[in-house]
Each structure stands twice: as C-alpha cells, then as structure tokens.
Design a protein around this ligand. Sequence first.
Ligand SMILES: Nc1ncnc2c1ncn2[C@@H]1O[C@H](COP(=O)(O)OP(=O)(O)OP(=O)(O)O)[C@@H](O)[C@H]1O
Ligand SMILES: [Mg+2]
Length: 256
Amino acid sequence: MSERKVILAVQNITKSFGGRKVLDGISVEIYQGEIFVIMGGSGCGKSTLLRHMIGSIKPDSGRVLFDGKDLSKLSEAEEEKMKRRFGMSFQSSALLDYMNVEENVSLPLSEHTSLDPKVISIIVKMKLGLVGLQGFDHLMPSMLSGGMRKRVGLARAIAMDPEVVFYDEPTAGLDPVVCAVVDKLIVDLSKKLLLTSVVVTHNMESVFRIADRVAMLHKGKVLEIGTPEQIKNSKNPIVQQFIKGEIEGPINVIEE
Ligand SMILES: Nc1ncnc2c1ncn2[C@@H]1O[C@H](COP(=O)(O)OP(=O)(O)OP(=O)(O)O)[C@@H](O)[C@H]1O
Ligand SMILES: [Mg+2]
C-alpha cells in the first residue's frame, strides 16, 4: 500500500469550539481507491474531522491537502471545481422532504451543472439503479424506510461522479440486515466506480466488513490506525474496550 497515491492528507489539524479542543493534532493520509473508516465514541469529533476533510470548516491550525492542494487556500473557482470531486452522504440523510426521490438526487446536478434536464433525468435513473432504487423516483422521502432514505442519500452523493465519497454514519438507526445491505453497497460502489471512500461509523460490524484501513479517534487524537486486523489485535486497552463494547475499561463515559 505504501506506493499508493495519497489523495487526501490531513496534517496536524486542531479545532476548538468555545474554548474546548475537539481536534487536537490529527494527521491521517488517505490513499486513492481505499475504504478508510474513522471510528470513535460519540462526540469525539468524527463528524468534525469529516467536515474539515471536505473543506466546509477550516482548522485553527494545520491543513488539509486534497490532491496536494490546501483546501483552505483555494480560490472560489478552484473550490467549486474541488467540490465536484467530492460526494457527501450526511449523518441524517439530509433529504429535502418537499422534493421527491428524483428531485433530491438531481439536486447537485441541477445546482452545479448546466446539463439538460433530460440528461439529468437519465443520470439520476442510473444512480438510483446503482443503489437498487430503480422505479422509486416519484416517492416522497416521508414514504421511504430509513434504509431507503440512506440509499437515496448515497445516490445523491454519487450523482456528480465524485472521486471521493464521504459517508457520515451511513448505517445509523438501521436494522442489522439493512445495515449489511448498505455496507455491501458502499463496498460495491467503491469497487465499481473506483472511488475513494471515507466512512465515519461506530458500528463495529461495519468497520470490519468494509474497511481497508481504520483510524480510531479518542479525545481529539488518532489513537490507533491500521488494517482491521491490526486494530483487532491492538494492545491498546482503549481500542479493545471500544471494539468489544465493554463497560469496564479505561473509557470513562461519565467523565467524557
Ligand atoms: N459548530 C459547532 N459548534 C460548537 N460545538 C461543536 C460544533 N460542531 C461540533 N461541536 C462539538 O464538538 C464535539 C464533537 O462533535 P462531532 O459532531 O464531531 O462528534 P462525533 O464524533 O461526530 O459524534 P457522534 O458520534 O455523536 O456523531 C461535540 O462536543 C460537539 O458538541
Ligand atoms: Mg457525528
């Protein structure tokens, strides 16, 4: 893996909110084509790290390089171009309730391209096919199950043919079978579309099902990083407590 291209480099970033340091010197490198998972306890800064990776918030110090370019030093035109190379699937699915499935998925295309609506409609049908939702175009989000909403979110994330897709808790709130379906979809999309995927999750089954590499965050730092096998065999008691979901151990939930 060492000769693979680093597509995204997070270099020693820190971020505080209201005087509380949420990210405390985080560095990670993400290789082109891999599925990179970020795990860690609730509130440890996973979504915040993801938001830095897509450039929607700027670090207090340190930098994020995408394809060698500092995300916080882009001109408006460069930023617009860069954003097209990213797809984002949000923690809450973030579908617009007053738009049907087709309109939700077509949103990035109608916002960021001048493609003919007929072409957009064909692209949307293709993307819905990729997530197994062909024929559901005209349903409203309120008519969908949680798993279907997540899949619409995935279709929207890949609408613009991004190079890197970021998923924030793609399986939160789903039953174990639907969770496995969404995990498989993430792996399939990644392979079929040659994507780089960055997935935030605290679902341990998902971690070991999909990850090429995993980083565990704890108290604003990267506690451990490696292949799923290396994480499983980690000697760090915090990592072990987390992956086994044990009550007793060094992680003090009350204190945090
Ligand atoms: N814009 C903000 N303003 C103030 N505090 C924030 C902001 N964004 C995040 N935080 C705080 O930073 C901490 C980390 O939040 P974050 O959402 O990154 O955690 P997380 O690891 O994604 O948690 P979860 O697993 O619950 O989704 C939390 O304490 C949160 O309250
Ligand atoms: Mg989060």
